[in-house]
Design a protein around this ligand. Structure first.
Ligand code: MN
Length: 244
């Protein structure tokens, strides 16, 4: 693939104190490794979101802090962490506009939760306080490449078709999680305690959310995680019409 033909894949960054963008470089590395061109997407004015989406071949909404519960009609739980309401609203508009174009999309970690909430789902504001039943550790203290808990991928899911492994362990850096799944999405993976770890859309060609961080494993050479990024970039190249 010539450089000029590589699909351009937007990755969102965290806005801190209204002025500083932060983003772990690992997302970009995983995209580059699979033949895509990563582009860090800033928060733009709402009226410019459609034009921005038109120019991107794919989009990853990345991880970050807590999501404002007002987005799904709840009062703030006492254990809610730091939220950035402007960023939440921006990401929701970005996701809805991008899905309208049916271009390849992955929501990673918080991005999975934003995908679900943007389509009418809800969150646990704090798993430890609100999850019913036995909860395993989802906010690991070990390094980012450590695989702390297991997941099982659903039969018939796109994720299983791509990764080709049904049971494996993943890293986990969240104290919030998916509660009610949007009627527009389907569960693609769960942890052993029953918590949703991946979602997919049947109404789009390639729209998924993943609660763990496969980009960390992809850049370490994990074959199943690399297959995921390879397929994502391939889908993005298909959509930009430059893959024939
Ligand atoms: Mn987890």
């Amino acid at each position: 693939m010539k450089n000029s033909l590589k699909p351009v894949i937007g990755i969102t960054a965290r806005v801190e104190k209204d002025q500083t963008y932060t983003l772990d470089p690992v997302y970009g590395k995983a995209i580059l490794q699979s033949g895509g061109l990563p582009l860090i997407v800033p928060n733009v004015d709402e009226e410019d979101i459609p034009a921005l989406c038109e120019r991107l071949d794919g989009l990853i909404v990345t991880g970050g802090g807590d999501i404002n519960p007002t987005l799904y009609g709840e009062e703030p739980h006492i254990r809610l962490g730091a939220v950035y309401p402007g960023g939440d609203q921006y990401e929701k508009e970005l996701i809805l506009n991008f899905l309208k174009l049916d271009k390849p999309f992955i929501g990673m970690c918080r991005g999975l939760q934003m995908l679900n909430i943007s389509l009418g789902g809800t969150n646990y504001q704090d798993l430890e306080a609100q999850f019913e039943g036995t909860l395993y550790q989802h906010k690991q203290l070990a390094m980012r490449t450590h695989r702390t808990h297991s997941v099982e991928l659903e039969d018939g899911s796109q994720l299983l078709e791509i990764m080709k492994e049904k049971n494996f362990h993943v890293n986990s850096f969240h104290h919030q999680g998916v509660k009610d799944v949007s009627s527009e999405l389907r569960v693609a993976a769960r942890a052993a305690d029953g918590l949703v770890e991946a979602l997919e859309s049947d109404k789009h060609q390639f729209v998924m959310g993943i609660q763990w961080h496969p980009e960390e494993f992809a850049v370490q050479g994990d074959e199943a995680s690399k297959r995921l990024f390879d397929r994502f970039v391939k889908e993005c190249a298909k959509d930009n019409g430059q893959n024939q």
